[in-house]
Design a binder for this molecule. Structure first.
Ligand SMILES: [Zn+2]
Length: 262
């Protein structure tokens, strides 16, 4: 792939005509992607290390939108964050034709498709912080209990926690998000989840048996075995917060309302 000659015109067409439309990329997301593409694949390189500040400076926009654009592009598989350090992000940039989410065909819009659970590969590519319904799916999966301390949580006190913190490139995948109480969310901060569970055991919040069970749950989560129940109307990978073209909805039985999501 490194040495394959890239047809820049075709890449631009695929970006504008397919990728940007299917993923509903914003102007800033397109701009950031163009910039990274130009300095990697269009120069024959697969990866490049860069800083948010450097990209923001070159594009003349502030860091926040650049950071958000990179997260969203990574969520869609347009970029792959290989490494993050003080010297910046090492990013692998995919060509539009290499992005799986953009190649997927639109699913039907009939009643049968509206109640069809998401399956591979869609669920793996969904940003579960993108909509209220998706956040509720994570809360519902935990059955109203804190993932860490197992206490029952009042609906208004539920939080979503990144098992691998965002500061360490943790994604908004169902494999990396858990429902937890405010206290655990506050105490865990950026600590590793396994260490935090052991801390709960040491302070007596978890029994030995519960600790073993929680550590197993952590492994099951990372292995993709704790899949939330989500139903969809169309294409999961393209859903945007606030959009009305693609709506997600949950089984009313599984959905427990919460006003504090994060
Ligand atoms: Zn807790």
């Amino acid at each position: 792939m490194k040495h394959k000659k890239i047809d820049a015109v075709e890449v631009c067409k695929e970006l504008e005509d397919v990728l940007a439309l299917r993923l509903k990329l914003t102007v800033i997301e397109r701009t950031v992607y163009y910039h990274l593409l130009r300095h990697t694949r269009l120069e024959g390189k697969l990866r490049q290390r860069f800083t948010i500040a450097g990209v923001a400076l070159k594009l003349g926009i502030s860091r926040g939108p650049v950071r958000n654009a990179i997260r969203r592009l990574a969520d869609h598989g347009v970029l792959r964050l290989v490494d993050r350090s003080y010297s910046g992000h090492l990013v692998e940039v995919r060509l539009p034709a290499e992005v799986r989410a953009a190649r997927r065909k639109k699913l039907g819009t009939g009643s049968a498709s509206q109640t069809k659970p998401l399956n591979e590969p869609n669920l793996e590519e969904v940003d579960f912080l993108r909509s209220t319904e998706l956040r509720q799916a994570i809360h519902a999966r935990e059955g109203g209990r804190c993932f860490y301390c197992r206490r029952r949580i009042p609906g208004r006190s539920r939080c979503l926690d990144h098992v691998v913190p965002q500061a360490r490139c943790g994604q908004n995948s169902y494999r990396n998000l858990v429902s937890c109480c405010v206290e655990c969310n506050w105490k865990k901060k950026d600590h590793a989840s396994g260490d935090f569970l052991r801390e709960l055991y040491r302070e007596g919040s978890l029994s030995r048996k519960e600790l073993v069970g929680r550590l197993r749950a952590l492994h099951a989560l990372a292995a993709g075995k704790l899949r939330p129940q989500v139903f969809h109307g169309e294409d999961a990978g393209s859903e945007r917060s606030g959009g009305n073209a693609r709506k997600f909805f949950l089984s009313a039985v599984n959905c427990e309302l919460s006003t504090v999501d994060y």
